[in-house]
Design a protein around this ligand. Structure first.
Ligand code: SF4
Length: 174
């Protein structure tokens, strides 16, 4: 990624935009899975909260943006909830596709649930919801991170193991 200006604190409009995309994915996923029953929808929401808790306690505590406004807004939230960690731990952390897999399940669970519901009872509303979920989870996330968040992230300049995984993957595709 070319060298660009990095933000000590991100502009609020970027934080709002990234959270609108994230919350829309959670809301779409919950709505789709509610078709399989309220228990499934509640379990999915609990899973979403667990993923957020996991990021806050395993990454944000050690991040440069702890106590600051990062592109996702979690640095500030983390400092309200958890003790500051060790910034060296962030850079030294082992990240792999296997370790990122739980994050992708946020998208995979409602996608699979939606396909099951479509086979059971086809509706164009469900098709539209699934299309919106796919677009937001792929293009939406890629646009937010590639154009607004990671591009201006000071932690990325210091060192970000997750970015290394994506970079490695991009280089392999070449
Ligand atoms: S940049 Fe990432 S790891 Fe750092 S505080 Fe924000 S969400 Fe957490």
């Amino acid at each position: 990624m070319e060298h660009t200006e990095s933000y000590a604190n991100f502009p609020v409009w970027i934080v709002l935009l990234s959270n609108i995309v994230a919350i829309s994915i959670y809301a779409l996923g919950t709505y789709i899975l509610a078709g399989l029953g309220i228990v499934v929808a509640v379990l999915y929401l609990c899973y979403c909260f667990w993923i957020e808790f996991r990021v806050l306690t395993r990454s944000c505590v050690d991040c440069y943006y702890y106590g600051k406004l990062c592109g996702l807004g979690k640095g500030k939230l983390c400092s309200l909830l958890f003790q500051k960690g060790d910034p060296r731990r962030f850079v030294e952390k082992e990240v792999s596709w296997a370790k990122l897999l739980p994050d992708f399940m946020i998208f995979v669970f409602p996608l699979v649930g939606g396909v099951v519901l479509l086979v059971r009872d086809f509706t164009w509303l469900l098709v539209a919801m699934l299309a919106a979920l796919i677009i937001l989870s792929s293009g939406g996330n890629a646009m937010i991170r590639g154009s607004f968040v990671c591009k201006h992230c000071r932690q990325r300049q210091i060192g970000c193991p997750a970015e290394e995984v994506f970079k490695r993957n991009k280089n392999q595709d070449k």
